[in-house]
Design a protein around this ligand. Structure first.
Ligand SMILES: [Zn+2]
Length: 310
């Protein structure tokens, strides 16, 4: 596999679980090493953790957005995006090519915004459990029904960020009510769209830079969702097929509660542009960190080539 033939010096080892502090440390080292990499201020989580974001590409190039870790226990997606940033930077520094694309060309023609960890508080809960220093500690324990937060998906207020966007929000509220979904580990949409600082900050970024395409990384299932409840931008099916061929992941359409309030649903409805939810890897969430290299090898080509498919 080409991936193992080329070696790229890593800034920090990525062989374990990635928490918020490691994302900050990693990006800090990358910024000091590669002067063409730029940091973008996006905002903070409800607990005041920075939503780290970087930009790779010329300011006037076509904007593309990659987002990881909407869901707490899906922190492997943050590691995947950090590795991609590192490899992009190193390949760019060497003036090389990736999958036939000149890195200079990619940098000049596409500006990729990468937000590796949208839900740092959820990731911290999944990896380290609830902190007694949190003002929300007692509420968290109650919502979770115990101290094991390994499978936690929501943010620290118990809102599932990928149901908090303004897409079919009211319809979802009635589904939520019928299913008895309340604030907790997963699936609760919040009081109103963009009620959470994490989603509000991301939507502000999207409204500011107006990306031509969004890729959102989740785990798991080896599937690529390209529509939202049947609506599908003109180019999406073609791009989705190419992505499916690159990865071996199945092209899929959402059903049930998955079709409401997600970033992909909102972006397609609001902008009519391609947006993809990529379910990386296969297994039981949270995917163990030793899955990292095999999962990264499957989506690596997609991460480098998706921007030029648009
Ligand atoms: Zn997810």
């Amino acid at each position: 596999m080409e991936y193992y033939e080329k070696s790229y010096p890593l800034v920090l080892p990525l062989d374990g679980d990635v928490d918020h502090a490691l994302v900050g440390e990693y990006i800090g080292v990358l910024l000091s090493r590669y002067d063409f990499l730029e940091q973008v201020y996006v905002g903070e989580s409800i607990r005041g953790r920075e939503l780290y974001c970087v930009r790779l590409g010329r300011h006037d190039a076509q904007p593309i957005l990659y987002v990881g870790a909407h869901h707490g226990m899906e922190h492997l997606t943050s590691a995947l995006l950090l590795r991609f940033i590192n490899e992009y930077c190193e390949s760019m520094r060497r003036g090389g090519r990736m999958y036939g694309i000149g890195m200079d060309y990619l940098f000049a023609e596409r500006c990729i915004y990468i937000l590796p960890m949208l839900n740092p508080d959820g990731v911290e809960l999944s990896l380290h459990g609830a902190s007694t220093e949190s003002p929300l500690y007692e509420r968290l324990i109650k919502m979770n029904g115990g101290e094991d937060f390994t499978s936690w998906q929501a943010n620290e207020r118990g809102v599932d960020l990928n149901h908090n966007y303004d897409a079919g929000f009211l319809e979802y509220k009635s589904i939520e009510k019928e299913a008895g979904i309340i604030g907790g580990a997963t699936k609760y949409s919040g009081e109103y769209p963009e009620s959470e600082p994490e989603t509000a900050a991301l939507c502000r970024l999207i409204r500011t830079v107006s990306p031509e395409m969004i890729l959102t990384l989740h785990t798991q299932g080896e599937e690529i969702f390209y529509t939202s409840g049947g609506s599908c931008p003109r180019k999406s099916r073609r791009i989705g097929r190419v992505m499916s061929e690159m990865t071996g992941y199945r092209l899929a359409e959402p059903d049930g509660t998955a079709a409401y309030g997600g970033l992909t649903d909102w972006f397609i409805a609001e902008y009519g542009k391609p947006s993809f939810t990529i379910e990386c890897g296969r297994g039981k969430n949270p995917l163990p960190p030793d899955n990292f290299f095999s999962v990264y090898a499957r989506i690596r080509e997609l991460l480098f080539k998706a921007p030029i498919l648009i």
